[in-house]
Every structure is written in structure tokens, then in C-alpha cells.
Ligand binder design. Structure first.
Ligand SMILES: Nc1ncnc2c1ncn2[C@@H]1O[C@H](COP(=O)(O)OP(=O)(O)OP(=O)(O)O)[C@@H](O)[C@H]1O
Ligand SMILES: [Mg+2]
Length: 342
């Protein structure tokens, strides 16, 4: 990045790449529809990386699938707006979604083997996006596939373009997924736990690659993980999700140094290299509520060591506690929550 380019986050606030407002999503369950996302709001600008963190079931993947228009057919979106480069995604025709997917927005999933087709070469699978979205010839698509494999760091790209997915290691497959996702130069890349299945060395290489690609392609990146260490490495801003809601949002440094929600404090204390004063590893007691079992008031109150009677009475809204820092904790001003230093 050059000195003249905007920093924090490089976000161009005037025209975010992705803008989500008041998004609520309900999915069909055994007992009718249940709310799995509740009033989610955020924006991502070009060259900005937004981290979405939270325990299993907090709604991270559902948020991503909502953006991609890939929710299960039974899903309902009772309210909310998702704008991709100004284009409304909620309720838009399938043909519009298909045009946007792959060309303007793309997603990389945790397990590449489930997204790659074992019956086609990786060259065919990269080329297919380029042919579909850009009407490229077979030859041009093949050339683009080689170029993309090279860009994502696959050695001997001209030869490997004829290989099948099973001929690659896990880390290499994830690179192939990035090549497919980025072949048409989308503005937004969603990476859903892209490195959790990989060992730490390969994980670090992929994160480096992602950062490089982001700079080269001016990508807006929505990075989903439950690993706060990865967040510290790669994200400009972070949003913490709990039980389908965003409960805290701030730039990454601020969130780590002084969290304003007890759940975030708990996540930070539970990071493997952070030890409590007694020297033991900490874990947040209890588990998140199922969508049908939300407690009254703050959804985190049954697990919160700071909870007071008011926390079970009122459902707290997300509010600003300082510029660019939001929290859903009613008590945030009076708590002195502990962060971590770099
Ligand atoms: N296809 C589905 N049908 C019904 N409910 C679903 C479906 N997919 C997810 N859910 C529910 O929606 C909620 C949010 O799930 P989501 O997959 O977004 O969690 P997540 O934060 O991505 O978790 P993880 O870290 O395990 O990937 C959970 O309560 C989950 O059980
Ligand atoms: Mg998920």
C-alpha cells in the first residue's frame, strides 16, 4: 500500500462495497421458523478487512450466505437490506444474483473438497467462471486459469492447470479455491473459516497470500473465524457475534486493548496464549442459547459474571460507546473490562 492511500482499513466510507442494514433472517426448524440473525448492521469498504467472530452457531455463516444469496430455500428475511456496490440483494431475481456471484462477490469455504468438483481439472473449474461471466473463449479461459494459479502461488501453474483436485494438498486446494473466487476480480471476497482445517504453517502462508491479493485487487474482505489470533493478524475491524446478534464492533486494536462487552472479554481471555492471573487457561462457562431458547434481556446474561437484574429485563440495543466502537452491554460504562496487549 502506498503512503497516499487511506489507512485504517483503507475503507472508502462514502461508498462501501457491501452495506448491510437491520438484517434479520429466519430459518425453518422443526417448530416453525426461528430467528437466527437479528438486526445485523455493517459496512465494508474497498481494501478493508472486516473480521466476523463468535462461537459456533452465532450466525457467521448465515450472514455470509445471506450476502451471497445462498440461504436455504425455506429461509425468510422479514426485514433488512444488503447492498452490494449499491445493488439490493434482498429479494432480487436469481439472474441478478448469478451475475453478481463470482463476478462482483465470491466466497471461499472452510473445506475446499466440498466445493471443488472432483471430476474436472482445476483449470476447467477456474476457466468456467471466466467463460460464464466474461464470455471468454476456451483458450482465453485456460490462459486465465494458469495466470490465477500462478497468482495464488501454485508452482508449475502451466502444468498443474491440468490436475484434478485430489492431486493437491489441503493448503493447495484452498489456493485453488481462491483462484476460482478471484478469477473475475470481484470487489468482495467472503472467506468463511478458510484456514481452520489447515496446520498453522500453511495457515500463516494462506493469510499472507490473502493480504497480498487484497492489496493487488483492492478487495473488500469479510473474514469469518472463531480464532482471535487470526483476527489480530489480518483484520482492520472486528465484529463479535453472539446468538445471531452483533454484540460489539470496533477497529481490531481497540477491541483487543479495551473490549466493551463481557463476551468479548471472555473470548480474549480464552485465547490460548493468554493466561489468567492464576495461570490457568480460561473458558467462558456455559454455552450459547439455541435460537428458540433465548433468555429474556441480554442473550449473554446467563453466562456473564457481571450480570445485574437489569440485564435480564431489557434487550439491549447496539449502541455507540465511543466513536467507531459499538456494544450491546448495558453496563459497559461502569465495567472495567480487561483487554490484551499486543
Ligand atoms: N440449514 C439450516 N437450517 C436450520 N437452521 C440452521 C441452518 N444452518 C444453520 N442453522 C442455525 O442457524 C444458527 C447460525 O448458524 P451459523 O451456521 O451461521 O453459525 P456459525 O456462526 O457459522 O457457526 P460455526 O462457527 O459452527 O460455523 C445456528 O443456530 C444454526 O443451528
Ligand atoms: Mg460457520
Amino acid at each position: 500500500m502506498t503512503a497516499s492511500e487511506p489507512t485504517l482499513a483503507g475503507a472508502d466510507r462514502r461508498s462501501p462495497v457491501l452495506s448491510i442494514e437491520n438484517l434479520t433472517v429466519e430459518l425453518a426448524g422443526e417448530h416453525g421458523h426461528v430467528r437466527v440473525l437479528d438486526d445485523v448492521n455493517f459496512e465494508i469498504g474497498a481494501r478493508e478487512t472486516l473480521g466476523l467472530v463468535g462461537e459456533s452457531g452465532s450466525g457467521k455463516t448465515i450472514t455470509a450466505l445471506s450476502v451471497m444469496g445462498l440461504l436455504p430455500k425455506s429461509a425468510r428475511i422479514p426485514s433488512g437490506s444488503i447492498e452490494m456496490e449499491g445493488e439490493q440483494i434482498v429479494g432480487c431475481p436469481l439472474s441478478d444474483l448469478q451475475r453478481l456471484r463470482g463476478s462482483r462477490m465470491a466466497m471461499v469455504f472452510q473445506e475446499p473438497m466440498t466445493s471443488l468438483n472432483p471430476a474436472f481439472t482445476v483449470g476447467d473449474q477456474i476457466g468456467e467462471t471466466v467463460r460464464r461471466h466474461r464470455g471468454a473463449s476456451r483458450r482465453a479461459a485456460r490462459a486465465r486459469a494458469v495466470e490465477m494459479l500462478d497468482l495464488v502461488g501454485i508452482p508449475n501453474a502451466a502444468r498443474r492447470v491440468r490436475s484434478y483436485p485430489h492431486e493437491f494438498s489441503g493448503g493447495m486446494r484452498q489456493r485453488v479455491m481462491m483462484a476460482i473466487a478471484l478469477a473475475c476480480e470481484p470487489a468482495l471476497l467472503i472467506a468463511d473459516e478458510p484456514t481452520t482445517a489447515l496446520d498453522v504453517t500453511i495457515q500463516a502462508q494462506l493469510l499472507d497470500l490473502l493480504r497480498d491479493l487484497q492489496d493487488q485487487l483492492d478487495l473488500a474482505l469479510l473474514f469469518i473465524t472463531h480464532d482471535l489470533g487470526v483476527v489480530a493478524d489480518i483484520c482492520d475491524r472486528v465484529m463479535v457475534m453472539y446468538a445471531g446478534q452483533v454484540i460489539e464492533g470496533a477497529d481490531a486494536e481497540t477491541l483487543f486493548e479495551h473490549p466493551e462487552h463481557p463476551y468479548t472479554e471472555g473470548l480474549l481471555r480464552a485465547m490460548p496464549h493468554i493466561e489468567t492471573r492464576s495461570g490457568e487457561l480460561f473458558s467462558i462457562p456455559g454455552s450459547p442459547p439455541a435460537p428458540l431458547d433465548r433468555p429474556p434481556g441480554c442473550a449473554f446474561n446467563p453466562r456473564c459474571g457481571y450480570a445485574e437484574p437489569t440485564c435480564t429485563a431489557d434487550a439491549p440495543p447496539l449502541r455507540s460507546i465511543e466513536p467507531n466502537h459499538t456494544t450491546r452491554c448495558l453496563l459497559a460504562e461502569k465495567l472495567r473490562l480487561q483487554g490484551v496487549q499486543e
